[in-house]
Design a binder for this molecule. Structure first.
Ligand SMILES: CC(C)(COP(=O)(O)OP(=O)(O)OC[C@H]1O[C@@H](n2cnc3c(N)ncnc32)[C@H](O)[C@@H]1OP(=O)(O)O)[C@@H](O)C(=O)NCCC(=O)NCCS
Length: 390
């Protein structure tokens, strides 16, 4: 296999669904902007790119019609640059980066991109028209189970307490607020957003403004302060609005190039993926996915868990993140150093690409060598990718 290097990895801020700063900005605009920014920051002519793989968990409506191709064209890439949409729900973004890496490793592409997009404002979780299979949904209702119920199942089956979840959520917000204050989100590209401003004549004027920060962070969150919230998923449950991931709009992109392309084009390698694994588990406790995927990826890479310097473990819910950290014996001080999805949001199909960009900036800042991106996946799976800085 050839060497495939990550040259650039960037993201837009993550903004709250429906109430956040991207609520009027179409997903194609977010994605095409970040694809173009990634290419410009890498300092490469877009004509060199062979293919753009884009993760999206609900690829329909505004983010349908193969948004991978549409956004590449909107980014101004020439017709020769191809585009595809990739879906493995919450891991779609990392799946797209892994596919771009594989293309380069196989020698099928010299330069490829892996990206992610989700506007949960424009396309809600579950899609606009959910149509579970009538017979199969009776045979196995867990295949279509609510994600919140899976979070509650993990808590009750593996003894994760409300207190632990609220402390974890407070910490996520605290770390994110510190990272924002210190300017540690170096992977964010300030992104144009649109708003529609009412005019005196009753019409609306489309105006553009720049968003530079994730807008869902709640500094000052304390475990005591959120203890009174109740679970929207289960009577007496433990997963609440404060200790579950936020639903979010955002886009992210990573550029991957072969060793030969880096030399020919003068590109500077930053990191490489040394292993990627997916693992299946029960649908009704999908949050445990990372506890199977991480060991699988470590085995492929020939590494042990204590050799990993930083983890971006998606906080779909505090219940499942806490359980996976405990079960795998991960040092909590290496997990989500800039906060996680509870504070920063989880734009489903974008998340894998988003937290890849964050992981690489964490590893750059801390001088770490190995990092893991991992998440649980609706339907009952986990994904884990291991990165090595070069
Ligand atoms: C849990 C969930 C239903 C909550 O949705 P929501 O009601 O829109 O959540 P919000 O962030 O608006 O919070 C609602 C309220 O909770 C309270 N709250 C939330 N976080 C808080 C915090 N850190 N501190 C204090 N109060 C908080 C506030 O009162 C807030 O209202 P406000 O924003 O007007 O102040 C939603 O976030 C969700 O479904 N998350 C999981 C998504 C998911 O399943 N993803 C896939 C995983 S596989």
């Amino acid at each position: 296999m050839r060497e495939a290097y990550i040259v650039e990895s960037v993201r837009t801020p993550g903004c709250k669904n429906k109430r956040g700063k991207f609520k009027d900005t179409r997903p194609e605009d977010l994605l095409s902007f970040i694809l173009k920014s990634c290419v410009e920051k890498a300092g490469i002519n877009p004509a060199e790119i062979d293919d753009v793989m884009v993760g999206c968990a609900f690829p329909e409506a505004e983010q349908g019609i193969n948004i991978g191709r549409i956004a590449s064209k909107m980014a101004g890439f020439p017709d020769s640059v191809c585009g595809a949409t990739v879906n493995r729900f919450c891991s779609s973004g990392i799946e797209a980066i892994a596919l771009a890496t594989l293309r380069v490793q196989a020698g099928w592409s010299d330069v490829a991109m892996g990206a992610g997009i989700e506007s949960m404002t424009f396309v809600p979780m579950g899609g606009n028209k959910p149509r579970p299979h009538p017979e199969f949904s009776k045979e196995d209702p867990t295949a279509y189970i609510s994600m919140g119920i899976t979070a509650e199942n993990v808590a009750s089956r593996y003894n994760v307490t409300r207190q632990e979840c609220d402390e974890f959520a407070a910490k996520s917000n605290e770390k994110a607020a510190i990272a924002q204050k210190n300017g540690w989100f170096t992977e964010i590209v300030p992104t144009p957003a649109v708003k529609f401003v009412p005019q005196a004549d009753g019409t609306f004027k489309k105006e553009t403004f720049i968003v530079s920060e994730d807008d869902g962070v709640r500094p000052g969150t304390t475990a005591e302060g959120i203890a009174k919230l109740s679970s929207p998923f289960k009577f007496g449950g433990v997963a609440t609005a404060a200790n579950s991931s936020q639903t979010t709009d955002g886009a992210a992109a990573t550029l991957v190039a072969s060793k030969e392309a880096c030399e020919r084009l003068g590109l500077k390698p930053v990191a490489k993926i040394i292993a990627y694994a997916v693992a299946g588990c029960k649908s009704d406790e999908m949050g445990v996915g990372p506890k199977y995927a991480i060991p699988k990826a470590l085995k492929i890479a020939g590494l042990t868990i204590d050799q990993i310097d930083a983890f971006e473990l998606n906080e779909a819910f505090a219940t499942q993140a806490i359980h996976c950290v405990k079960e795998l014996g991960i040092d909590i001080n290496k997990v989500n150093l800039n906060g996680g999805a509870i504070a920063l949001g989880h734009p489903l199909g974008c998340t894998g690409a988003k937290i890849t960009a964050t992981l690489l900036s964490v590893l750059k800042r801390t001088g770490g060598k190995y990092g893991i991106v991992s998440m649980c996946i609706g339907g009952g799976m986990g994904a884990a990718a291991i990165f090595e800085m070069v």
